[in-house]
Design a binder for this molecule. Structure first.
Ligand SMILES: *[C@@H]1O[C@H](CO)[C@@H](O)[C@H](O)[C@H]1NC(C)=O
Ligand SMILES: *[C@@H]1O[C@H](CO)[C@@H](O)[C@H](O)[C@H]1NC(C)=O
Length: 370
């Protein structure tokens, strides 16, 4: 009886450590059927493995490549999870590739994606187009524009021919965006100090904020932010944001594009400001623990910690953690008191769609490859 109990404990420790093992190898012609949590689009299996690594819940995946012919799910990257951490079913299927999340491997948070993809279009997410000599020059244009994450170039020979040599620069978020931010007594939320994307060589600046001020310009995009500093970080990372307004009641971060004058209006509870793309603002917002705020969802791990400060340290020390929520000892639900929930979102360049098109070349910026 007692030996059985000890064996059971040992087995559960073994399976726990097994799921935290670094497994980089890919399994060709193997389908991890079922256990799906989300489907994302990806141009190849290595990019799909990186997406699984960055997705909070993904532990393993199956990828259906360009050559897949059994149905039209080409480029599907099927993200999966199970309570044991292991695929429940492994089926031989010709042409698919499966593998594991690289979370236990201390993955590079900004992976270098050097491959060119001839014959693949990354449609959508365009913010600017120009004409370039070839795909290499288009990639250099993308690499030198901090907002550009990926591109599609139309070769000589593309039809209609008057679009040949066109280079489309494209955008996706590479700073963490929060899915749900809400007020909840007894919870404390904040960011990893690694959330700030420090780019060396930029002069230090304050980061311009106008307190109790609205900018009376239409919003081009509204998303959620934790604080004025976080909203400024989102505006700076966006392609065309020229100013922003943060509404503290609703956590709304309103991004604006004003080409004319900037009209400021006194408004309590609202902070506006300007992006900081060419300098390094003091990123004190990263260190602020927000009392009574819940960053709901996107958990990948949780553990018990003594207080919110040690929860933030735990988040700082885990390369996968971008933001956290800590449950204080007096929280209403006793089952999760003192739990530190570590959270993250996908922040690598990710095209929303991938399609096969003749005479085009797509690819990613090379800023992460230095
Ligand atoms: C571009 O080419 C197409 C066909 O090749 C033609 O119908 C169209 O008029 C051209 N557009 C311009 C602006 O010349
Ligand atoms: C800011 O001003 C604009 C234009 O008057 C208005 O539409 C918007 O609701 C205001 N925003 C806030 C947060 O008060």
């Amino acid at each position: 009886m007692k030996t059985h109990f000890i064996l059971g404990v040992l087995l559960s420790i073994c399976s726990l450590s097994l799921s935290q093992e670094c497994r980089e190898q890919l399994l060709e012609d193997v389908d991890f059927s079922g256990s799906d949590i989300q489907t994302v689009i990806s141009p190849d299996v290595d990019h799909c493995q990186q997406l699984c690594t960055q997705h909070p819940a993904c532990l393993f995946f199956t990828y259906l490549p360009a050559e897949w012919t059994q149905d039209n799910r080409n480029f599907f990257c099927l993200l999966k999870s199970s309570s044991s951490g292991e695929p429940e079913v492994k089926t031989p299927v010709q042409g698919v590739t499966s593998g594991f999340s690289l979370k236990p491997c201390r993955p590079d948070p900004r992976p270098c994606l050097p491959r060119m993809y001839p014959g693949l279009d990354f449609p959508g997410a365009d913010y600017r187009a120009l004409f370039t000599e070839d795909a290499e020059e288009c990639r250099r244009a993308c690499t030198q524009d901090p907002a550009c994450q990926f591109f599609t170039f139309l070769n000589k020979g593309f039809t209609p021919e008057n679009f040949s040599y066109k280079c489309h620069l494209k955008f996706s978020w590479v700073v963490p965006t929060l899915p749900i931010v809400e007020r909840k007594a007894g919870l404390v939320s904040g960011f990893s100090k690694n959330a700030e994307t420090t780019q060396g060589g930029k002069p230090v600046c304050q980061g311009k904020l106008f307190l109790n001020t609205n900018i009376t310009e239409e919003n081009v995009l509204v998303l959620l932010a934790a604080s004025p500093g976080h909203c400024q970080n989102l505006c700076s990372a966006h392609t065309v944001c020229t100013s922003f307004t943060f509404v503290s009641d609703s956590f709304n971060c309103q991004l604006k594009v004003n080409s004319g004058p900037m009209i400021l209006q006194v408004k309590a509870g609202v902070t506006s400001g300007l992006p900081a793309r060419f300098c390094q603002p003091d990123n004190s917002w990263v260190n602020v623990a927000l009392e009574g705020v819940h960053f709901r969802g996107n958990d990948f791990r949780n553990e018990l910690t003594d207080d919110a400060a040690s929860c933030q340290r735990t988040c700082n020390e885990d390369a996968n953690c971008q933001f956290y929520t800590y449950v204080k000892p007096d929280f209403s639900d006793s089952s999760i008191r003192r739990r530190c929930f570590l959270k993250r979102a996908i922040t690598m360049p990710a095209p929303p769609r991938v399609t096969k098109v003749d005479n085009v070349v797509s690819g990613f910026q090379l800023r992460n490859c230095l």
